[in-house]
Design a protein around this ligand. Structure first.
Ligand code: F6P
Length: 341
């Protein structure tokens, strides 16, 4: 078989580990051939390819980013996009496609599978918000980066008796915020799943100062205040209709200063959370996803996504993974509140 591989959406550590595993097992054990599509769905849409064989995947296991490039191109939004993808796959002699991505990239894969294109999905995202899999690779690395930042901010917060706010990514889910906030001993963690009450947040901050410590607030980029409490600006939309998030940390700092009289400063971790080498866990998970994805292709099990359940890798229908977001369980948020304030 000749198999196309693409990586779409925001990049994340571990993408190269998947590509390596797919190609190594596909060539060595099954004798398949590969072609890389560049820049996510833009590749098959515009017939942008790159050679993909064992020489191309040598040494890429610990490298962040993706050797194939990525984009947020959405062929469904382009007139005749699906037909162009189908024609270009045929023109490249591609029998099957492995799409590595999050909700958006796999949403396109779901649609293509419904149109009869032979596709298998691999879940990636630092946000860990994909349904049907316990974890996505990239998440563990992002939590490590955020936790290290929180650890460092504790000492400088204490030195200056400041409120230090850390804004983390995660889109509309609080996985990175709560995992790093708990691991880093934050005094307040605000997640998109629960609209925060600014009076309560200021109460936690004051009680932390009263105990002679400086507070660290972790805020997820998608966190929102209770209705009418603080006015927020809305960002522009991407090709999948998602609003560009970011900026809640600054808004929060101003509001905290106004209400408590304490100096409040914000660190936005941004794309640092997505860059650089994957953690050992992410390399392990990404590699296993790649090995199982090529098995699914070899067996012709189309329209499936590989997923982690406990320590097993299973296959689930792509549609199951992309119809609802996996938000943070509220019971776990309540559990963490013992450390707030
Ligand atoms: O989905 C991954 C993610 O890093 C989100 O956490 C964040 O909201 C978004 O991508 C940022 O996108 P971009 O790379 O386009 O700025």
């Amino acid at each position: 078989m000749r198999i196309g591989v693409l990586t779409g959406g925001g990049d994340c550590p571990g993408l190269n580990a998947v590509i390596r595993a797919v190609v190594r097992k596909g060539v060595q054990e099954y004798g398949h051939e590969f072609v890389g599509f560049r820049d996510g769905w833009k590749g098959p849409l515009e017939r942008l390819t790159k050679p993909l064989g064992i020489p191309e995947v040598r040494g890429i296991l610990p490298r962040g980013g993706t050797i194939l490039g990525s984009s947020r191109t959405n062929p469904i939004k382009v007139e005749g996009g699906i037909e162009r993808v189908r024609d270009n796959l045929r023109a490249e002699g591609v029998d099957a496609l492995i799409a590595i991505g999050g909700e958006d990239t796999l949403g396109v894969a779901t649609r293509l599978a419904a149109e009869g294109i032979q596709v298998v999905g691999v879940p990636k995202t630092i946000d860990n918000d994909l349904n049907a899999t316990d974890y996505t690779f990239g998440f563990d690395t992002a939590v490590h980066v955020a936790t290290e930042a929180i650890d460092r901010l504790h000492t400088t917060a204490e030195s200056h008796s400041r409120v230090l706010i850390v804004e983390v990514m995660g889109r509309h889910a609080g996985w990175i915020a709560l995992h790093s906030g708990m691991a880093g001993g934050a005094n307040v963690v605000l997640i998109p799943e629960v609209n925060f009450d600014i009076d309560e947040v200021c109460g936690w901050i004051e009680s932390r100062f009263a105990a002679s410590y400086a507070p660290i607030v972790v805020v997820a980029e998608g966190a929102q205040p209770k209705d009418g409490q603080i006015e927020l600006l809305t960002g522009e939309l991407d090709a999948f209709g998602h609003v560009r998030l970011g900026g809640i940390g600054e808004v929060l700092a101003k509001e905290i200063e106004k209400r408590t009289g304490k100096e409040a400063r914000t660190t936005v971790l941004g794309h640092v959370q997505r860059g650089g080498t994957p953690s050992p866990y992410d390399r392990w998970l990404a590699t296993r996803f790649g090995l199982h994805a090529i098995d699914a292709v070899h067996e012709g099990d189309w329209g499936k996504m590989v997923a982690l359940r406990g320590t097993d890798i299973v296959r689930v229908p792509l549609a199951e993974a992309t119809t609802t977001l996996k938000t943070f369980p509220l019971s776990l948020y309540d559990e963490a509140k013992v450390f707030f304030g």
